[in-house]
Ligand binder design. Structure first.
Ligand code: SAM
Ligand code: SF4
Length: 474
């Protein structure tokens, strides 16, 4: 049921800017928590309750011996409680780097004359997607610059194209989008093409800082971007992703901005964001950013743990912008999705020979260049359960993160079984013998945790997968 403010006679906050920098700075400057208060807030989160802005500020401002370790430990415990050991895998596919904006941190910005501009043709998209399918990918996020060439119709066209590309047992079962904000009609067109999540990062929630970095094009307009996902909701897209680009402004402000955005979407639409992303700025062609707000590794780890505790039922996405050692550590604090085998250069999945030319077509440098197979190998070695599950989206179970968290037994009935089935497919179709062996062991361990009746059903489906059936899910 949709939230309707008229009926409750409270002011309609939809489409209105909802960030008040004075409110956020007041909290950051004035909340000076006692140790006992920090512990109460962690306990509230472990009781699976979302934190308020003020309670999040308590964690952000926590100082004192061992308190940060308690926050990280709390995040670790919450992740185990809510999500278990599943990690969902995906890959980004850059469709085009034309852009009319002038974001000072991005290699695609219009003022970067060295960038080789390119939009993949339909044939090239087919080749890229086939290459991704050959590696075992099932979930993609399509990424576009902001340009008249990338209209809502064009984005919808590329989504439908990708869903139709099948090679061997390969197919893409969920297409997410990271593209510019649209108007309501535009969101409706893209929504109708069958997307999973529409993801837009605010970059920085601080209006003045936003102005320092966004020097041209439509993206200059802070409010147009801030209210983008409200328009998406109005257009019927209720699966949205938010994010901030860490390094543009004080990381503590951005954490509160993300929590405020989450609360706003929940209050207005009864459904929070599906995912939160927290990219850190990485080296891009002629990057024009000073290092004043650079977020160091320790602060980065801290902010991931705080976000986990603040919004227990929102998915957290960590990308290959981060190096393997940082990824390894923050995975424990509640990340639920990572990419594997990522290539940002346009056309690079199917044409890795052309490295030199590709370098001028990438948005920024990644720090985890490992293949999907290597990422899966490490996840299995560390006892995670890699998952390519797309079941909830295809069964219409939207808001699945909320269900995982609030519906008793949901993870054991749906998430773990579907992770096991999609991993079984991966093992049968793409894994080396060594990875297969590790994979079946992890599957056996995870089966042990389930009810006997569910185990039977999963085993029956695994046998069918071994005989060649695909796309079996609960
Ligand atoms: N053009 C669309 C937009 O700006 O929303 C979508 C695509 S943009 C390529 C995706 C995201 O990449 C941006 O929202 C930004 O947060 C991130 N990004 C840009 N430059 C970056 C850099 N140098 N390091 C890390 N992330 C960056
Ligand atoms: Fe264009 Fe997006 Fe890069 Fe800004 S971040 S220059 S809008 S591609």
């Amino acid at each position: 049921m949709r939230f309707s403010p008229e009926k409750l006679s409270i002011p309609d906050q939809r489409m209105k800017p909802f960030i008040d920098p004075v409110e956020i700075w007041n909290l950051l400057n004035n909340v000076k928590p006692e140790r006992s208060h920090v512990r109460e807030v962690i306990a509230k989160s472990l009781d699976k309750q979302r934190l308020t802005l003020e309670e999040t500020a308590v964690l952000v401002n926590a100082v004192g011996a061992g308190l940060m370790d308690e926050i990280k430990e709390g995040a670790r415990e919450l992740k185990q409680k809510v999500y278990g050991n599943r990690i969902v895998l995906f890959a980004p596919l850059y469709i085009g780097n034309r852009c009319t904006n002038n974001c000072q941190y991005c290699g695609f910005r219009v003022s970067n004359r060295d960038a080789v501009r390119k939009t993949l043709t339909d044939d090239e998209i087919v080749k890229e997607v086939e290459a991704l399918e050959d590696n075992g990918q099932k979930r993609l996020i399509l990424v576009y610059g902001e340009h008249p060439d990338y209209s809502a119709e064009y984005i919808a066209h590329t989504v439908k194209l990708v869903y139709g590309i099948k090679k061997g047992n390969g197919e893409i079962r969920r297409v997410n989008i990271n593209a510019a904000p649209l108007d309501i009609e535009g969101f409706r067109k893209v929504g109708d093409s069958g997307i999973g999540t529409y993801q837009i990062f605010q970059e920085t929630y601080h209006p003045e800082a936003y102005g320092w970095y966004h020097l041209g094009g439509k993206k200059k307009d802070y409010e147009w971007r801030l209210t983008a996902l409200d328009r998406a909701q109005e257009a019927g897209i209720d699966d949205v992703g938010i994010g901030a680009l860490f390094g543009l402004y004080d990381w503590r402000f951005e954490v509160l901005g993300l929590v405020r955005h989450t609360n706003h979407l929940e209050a207005c639409y009864n459904i929070g964001p599906h995912t939160i992303s927290f990219p850190r700025i990485k080296d891009a062609q002629s990057l024009k950013i000073n290092s004043k707000y650079q977020t160091g590794d320790e602060d980065f780890k801290k902010l991931v743990a705080i976000l986990r505790l603040a919004v227990p039922y929102t998915g957290l996405i960590l990308t290959a912008r981060e190096a393997p050692d940082v990824r390894r550590e923050v995975l424990q604090y509640g990340v639920s999705q990572i990419d594997g085998g990522t290539k940002l250069e346009l056309g690079a999945y199917s044409d890795s020979k052309n490295e030199e030319q590709n370098l001028n077509r990438e948005q920024f440098r990644i720090n985890d260049p490992r293949s999907l197979a290597e990422v899966i190998d490490e996840l299995l070695t560390s006892d995670y359960l890699p998952s390519f599950c797309t079941s909830c989206y295809r069964m219409g179970r939207t808001g699945e993160h909320f269900m995982e968290f609030s519906v008793p037994g949901f993870i054991k009935r749906f998430c773990t079984p579907n992770a096991i089935l999609t991993l079984s497919e991966y093992i049968c179709d793409y894994a080396t013998e060594e990875v297969a062996e590790k994979g079946w062991k992890v599957i056996d361990k995870n089966l042990e945790k389930l009810e006997p009746s569910v185990i039977l059903k999963i085993k029956e489906k695994i046998e069918r997968i071994k005989k060649g059936e695909r796309d079996l899910y609960f």
